[in-house]
Design a protein around this ligand. Structure first.
Ligand code: SAM
Ligand code: SF4
Length: 344
């Protein structure tokens, strides 16, 4: 940890992070591990090689980096992975970061999880000031869940959802729309989620990392799903934007909120307010581009100035947008890394 005089000096630089396109960076996603207890077919290959543990930042270092971003104007932190809840002692990171909620420097501390360990941690997360969690769930069919995740147990996720709601956490479900896999289940998943007071966001498969299946065989355009939903439901567009890719509607018949994340059929970059930190201290300025900045070296050099400069240089390189394509001719991943490296 930095000593107190260094920390005092750091207070000086609270210049907000604004990229060359005038977008203020107010949202940091942090992948705290590339490991996971599941192997979702669209996310990982079956025999994923994970990073050696020695390459990971410690939880204290992750806290330090997050805190620098908070000082520079980040108002929202999302902890993700891999599966964040499999990282040993992860609650200590949440406990530490909750001080920024208490001080008012941070508006929101949240996480994205597959839910498999949520039953164990939900109450503790709520105690750290976490108000909302995103839980990824593509199907309510146990056999399909097992097939999609390669070995997951749906009942664990269901226990996690119960525990989260009992702890007072607001739950949003994320479901990746998969052609021929869960496409016939979207209506029932939505009705069930809305019936339990959970919003649902549908995600288009993104071409990240090599996997066994051809992306084009998984890809289900959400424009098709939306058109089909319109046969049965009234979808009222909501104006709210999170600075991210989701567009929301209110489903009049259920009263619940439904989101569409469509990186392929729609570009969502003009309002992008986020950057992504990996568990090795690399900063990705765009989910769909390869450019990356190393923050681990300046962090470990113990020089707050150098770290601030590295962050400024990185933000100055934030690209205008990405250009994902999935079709038969473009069957290579748009970027080589898997989603588990940068977190969703
Ligand atoms: N393990 C946690 C989970 O599953 O929620 C957090 C990390 S996971 C990488 C974050 C989100 O990314 C999940 O909702 C997952 O479904 C989604 N995801 C993973 N690979 C994807 C891909 N290639 N395209 C679209 N979404 C993907
Ligand atoms: Fe694990 Fe999440 Fe990727 Fe599924 S989507 S393999 S749960 S990191």
């Amino acid at each position: 940890m930095w000593d107190s005089s260094t920390q005092r000096a750091m207070v000086a630089n609270s210049t907000p992070l604004v990229d060359p396109f005038g977008r203020a960076i107010s949202y940091l996603r942090v992948s705290v591990t590339d490991r996971c207890d599941l192997r979702c077919v669209y996310c990982m290959s079956e025999d994923m090689a994970f990073l050696p543990k020695r390459d990971l930042l410690t939880l204290e270092e992750l806290d330090q980096l997050c805190s620098v971003f908070v000082r520079r104007g980040v108002r929202k932190l999302r902890i993700t992975g891999g599966e964040p809840l499999v990282r040993r002692n992860i609650m200590s990171l949440f406990q530490g970061l909750s001080r920024h909620l208490a001080s008012g420097a941070l508006d929101e501390l949240t996480l994205t999880t597959n839910g498999s360990q949520l039953a164990r941690y939900a109450a503790e997360l709520a105690g750290c000031g976490v108000k909302r969690v995103n839980v990824s769930l593509d199907t309510r069919d146990p056999a399909k869940f097992h097939q999609i995740t390669r070995w997951g147990d749906l009942s664990k996720v269901m226990e996690g959802l119960d525990a989260a709601q009992e702890a007072g956490l607001h739950v949003k479900l994320n479901a990746v729309a998969l052609k021929g896999v869960n496409e016939d289940e979207i209506e029932s998943l939505m009705e069930w989620a809305h019936g339990r007071g959970m919003d649902l966001t549908l995600i288009e498969v993104m071409p990240l990392g090599e996997i066994e299946t051809q992306r084009v065989d998984q890809f289900l355009p959400l424009s098709q799903v939306r058109a089909r939903l319109l046969d049965r439901y009234t979808l009222d567009d909501l104006s709210e934007r999170s600075g991210g890719p989701a567009r929301y509607v209110r489903v009049r018949e259920t009263g619940g909120k439904l989101g569409f994340i469509t990186p392929l059929s729609h570009n969502f970059c003009e309002s992008c307010n986020r950057v992504r930190l990996t568990c090795t201290g690399q900063l990705f300025m765009c989910l769909g581009q390869e450019d990356v900045a190393d923050l681990r070296t300046p962090l470990r050099e113990g020089s707050p100035d150098r770290l601030d400069r590295a962050i400024d240089d990185a933000i100055a390189r934030k690209p205008k947008g990405h250009d994902f394509i999935i079709d038969r001719r473009h069957n290579r991943p748009a970027v080589a890394r898997h989603m588990s490296m940068t977190g969703g």
